[in-house]
Design a protein around this ligand. Structure first.
Ligand code: PLP
Length: 346
């Protein structure tokens, strides 16, 4: 007998995007925000006292819950704070899935979902999207305990209308988790549906829209029946004092958030157009990244040649994605460097 449970022995684990050590790289591979976080964040982190470090943090992170509740038009009781959105996913799998309680999700999507299914030892029901990334009708009838829809989806950047997600929540017997890690760059979101459905959890991340991937802070929005169940599974001190202080001032600084979001959307439009001019097929994206299909070239080859120039994008060596590059929207300067390099390679 090995030391680990069978499914842990068998698991390969999640492989995160490459994190280069050098500072002078163009890093467009893990969908970070290219702009710094609000100046209020560094100020708040600088004001952390040794007393705050000595003591355990507020277990529920109420300062953040209150601020996030105001922003989202819900009550603090409807919010659960986690150590990044990934932590909320893990909590949801632990709380809702086991060998008799499967998870279902459309594919291709965020590659962490199958990894968590394997770690939890639950069956995964993967239903392919069509070529236009429409919501597969079959998703409503799987009998899964947990159904996940990533919206905007990764890696496609596509967006499913909120009314369709409302119909799905209505039809499902189990829980619907809408992964809105990238929703800050979209035109709509699901939060109004949480008032209507007691089987809906929304995942939010502070990593993307608020430039805080380094501190690890995410949160969920749901009715209190779900929040209370998830709370049982969560670490009692899931978010630390520094992260609470940083995330709270970041979500409160609405002007800064709106300003950086506008810049990213402008760059997204520009980068999409320029990539299309270079011959890539690029569907419109509702996210801070885009999926570019290489029509008359090899995506892998382009990826390798970009790496040699210290430019990192994401390449997925899996069927259906191996002719594509997922490119995070960078600053104007970063995008120009990428476009210049691509022009030469092509
Ligand atoms: C689709 C999706 N969901 C959730 C997350 C989790 O984000 P974080 O744990 O940084 O909040 C990510 C991170 O890349 C993601 O791509």
């Amino acid at each position: 007998m090995g030391y680990f449970r069978k499914n842990i022995e068998a698991a390969a684990g999640y492989v995160p995007g490459y994190q280069p050590k050098e500072a002078d790289v163009v890093k467009l591979n893990t969908n970070e925000n290219p702009y710094p976080s609000s100046p209020a964040v560094i100020e708040a982190v600088g004001k952390i006292t040794t007393e705050q470090l000595r003591r355990y943090p507020d277990p529920l992170a109420n300062a953040f819950r209150e601020a996030a509740a105001k922003v989202n038009g819900v009550e603090p009781e409807n919010i659960i704070c986690c150590n990044g959105g990934d932590d909320l996913l893990k909590i949801a799998f632990t709380a809702l899935c086991d060998k008799d309680r499967p998870v279902a999700y459309p594919v291709p999507t965020y590659s962490l979902y199958p990894v968590l299914a394997q770690l939890q030892g639950c069956e995964k029901i993967e239903i392919p999207f069509d070529d236009e990334f429409n919501l597969p009708g079959r998703l409503a009838s799987t009998q899964a305990a947990l159904t996940i829809v990533c919206n905007p989806n990764a890696p496609s950047g596509s967006f499913i209308a909120i009314e369709e997600l409302a119909s799905l929540a209505n039809e499902l017997k189990g829980v619907l988790l809408v992964d809105e890690a990238y929703v800050d760059f979209a035109e709509d979101n699901c939060v109004r549906l949480t008032k209507q459905f007691d089987n809906l959890i929304i995942l939010r991340s502070m990593s993307k829209g608020y430039s805080l991937a380094g501190i690890r802070f995410g949160y969920g929005i749901a009715q209190t029946n779900l929040i209370e169940g998830l709370q049982k599974v969560r670490d009692s001190y899931a978010v630390d004092a520094v992260a609470i202080a940083a995330a709270t001032v970041a979500i409160k600084d609405r002007d800064y958030f709106e300003q950086t979001k506008k810049q990213i959307k402008e760059q997204r439009t520009r980068l999409t157009e320029k990539l299309r001019e270079l011959g890539f097929t690029v569907p419109d994206s509702s996210s801070n990244f885009m999926l570019a299909t290489c029509k008359n070239c090899q995506a892998r080859e382009i990826y390798d040649k970009l790496v040699k120039q210290n430019i990192y994008v994401r390449y997925f060596d899996v069927p259906g994605l191996d002719d594509k590059l997922r490119i995070t929207v960078g600053t104007e300067e970063q995008n120009d460097k990428l476009l210049e390099a691509l022009k030469k390679i092509l």
